[in-house]
Write a protein that binds this ligand. Structure first.
Ligand SMILES: Cc1ncc(COP(=O)(O)O)c(C=O)c1O
Length: 427
């Protein structure tokens, strides 16, 4: 029977409401995006004529137009008829460009089969969790975390084993605490399928030091757990910090690097990402084969995007100009926002050195807000500034700002948030 007809018959049989509870899988409750949770409220206020400043989403092209040479490459691909399906693992031009990039930036020697291209890091997360996670499995995720790590894992029936980054230590990772947690798992250690780290870090802006990365590699290796490093902001580093890729410090240990065009090439809407599996031990070789199969299942990426990103990565001269200019502007904007936030006596702020997020901590005792969610909802309604509550990142007393807009917008928004805090502080 045709699907729609089956649905209709079921609807008649069980009634409209029952079908709502029977049609969806149990795991589908985990499909959510907390960064966008307040969008409907912000849209409603905006429709009523309120001025809304959106500081919730890290979408660079909204503030830094995608460079012309990249747009030109996209248009050129379209005009040359690149509208067909491509090789599922990625066109060779793109794969070669990724090989070139990693050789240039990190002196890594990759081969074609080490790279699987994806529709953004988002699809790399989907492939990973679908391929590795059985119901009851765990994955080590460091809090504060990029929120999308959680639904991808939980949809597959997994759950996070939380490691902690400590704000008062400039967001250093608490490796001892994590080692203890892993030791306590005893015989269940095999159910921990991967450790994922984000560097430069969203939402704190931390750039992880080489020494800490080595510690992480050792911890993963000692426990026999696959290490994944999401390095999607690896060229957006400033305030004097230097970035180290996990690929530079984890020779001989199975690991994967996730990256893509969204942030460094200022092209979130192109939806190009890549998974890199540099080693050739048994696990790494198995992963390459498995993810190639996943790529085949979804046929192809966006074809003009593949060619445009390949060309953009190869044009190092234009790229260096563009990334320097964007990173310099981001550095100024982030530092400006941090200084202004530090005028607020009810919050603590660490200064980021990568990506473009700031994660201030609220002195919750000074307010009657029930939670960081209560704080961001009230702030949106009163000030028109949309931020993301720390509950979304596993940092319940914090809130996140994406400091991408120009300084005058940040000044307007942060002044309003600071006044809002003064007004609501207990007298
Ligand atoms: C740490 C991190 N990983 C992945 C993504 C999503 O990347 P993509 O656009 O490649 O799917 C983001 C987006 O903000 C991010 O912050």
């Amino acid at each position: 029977m045709h699907n729609a007809l089956v649905l209709l018959v079921q609807l008649i049989a069980v009634g409209g409401n029952d079908i709502m509870s029977s049609i969806f899988s149990k795991k589908s409750v985990h499909a959510q995006n907390l960064i966008l949770e307040l969008d409907p409220l912000a849209d409603k206020l905006s429709k009523k004529g309120r001025k809304i400043v959106r500081l919730n989403r890290g979408d660079p092209p909204r503030f830094f137009p995608t460079p012309k040479y990249i747009i030109d490459a996209y248009v050129k691909a379209l005009r040359s008829g690149a509208t067909y399906y491509t090789k599922s693992q990625g066109v060779s031009e793109l794969v070669d460009a990724v090989i070139g990039r990693y050789s240039r930036l990190y002196k890594m020697k990759l081969r074609e089969e080490d790279i699987i291209t994806t529709a953004g890091v988002s699809e790399a997360l989907l492939f990973t969790n679908s391929a590795l996670i059985n119901s009851g499995d765990r994955a080590v995720i460091f809090a504060p975390y990029y929120p999308q790590y959680i639904p991808r894992l939980m949809i597959e029936g997994g759950s996070p084993l939380i490691g902690n980054m400590v704000m008062k230590n400039d967001w250093d990772t608490d490796f001892d605490g994590l080692s203890r947690k892993l030791r306590m798992m005893n015989g269940n250690r095999k159910t921990v399928k991967y450790i994922i780290t984000t560097n430069p870090h969203n939402p704190t802006g931390k750039v992880v030091e080489r020494k800490a990365l080595k510690e992480l590699v050792n911890l993963a290796n000692d426990n026999g757990i696959l290490l994944i490093s999401d390095e999607i902001y690896d060229e957006i580093v400033y305030n004097g910090k230097k970035f180290t890729s996990i690929g530079e410090v984890s020779k001989g240990v199975p690991h994967m690097i996730f990256n893509g065009s969204s942030k460094n090439l200022d092209s979130t809407g192109f939806r190009i990402g890549f998974m890199i599996i540099p080693e050739n031990d048994r696990i790494s070789e198995g992963l390459k084969k498995k993810f190639s199969q996943y790529a085949l299942v979804r046929l192809s990426l966006n074809t003009p995007s593949e060619y445009a990103v390949a060309e953009a990565m190869n044009n190092t001269k234009e790229h260096m100009k563009a990334i320097r200019s964007m990173t310099n502007a981001i550095e100024k904007r982030v530092n400006f926002a941090v200084d202004l936030l530090r005028e607020n006596p009810y919050i603590t702020v660490t200064r980021p050195s990568g990506a473009f997020y700031i994660l201030p901590k609220l002195d919750m005792k000074s307010f009657n807000f029930k939670s960081s969610r209560d704080f961001v909802v009230s702030a949106l309604m009163e000030t028109g500034v949309q931020m993301t509550g720390g509950y979304s990142f596993g940092a319940p007393s914090n809130f996140r700002i994406a400091a991408l807009p120009p300084e005058e917008t940040l000044e307007y928004a942060i002044n309003r948030v600071n006044s809002f805090c003064l007004k609501h502080a207990k007298k």
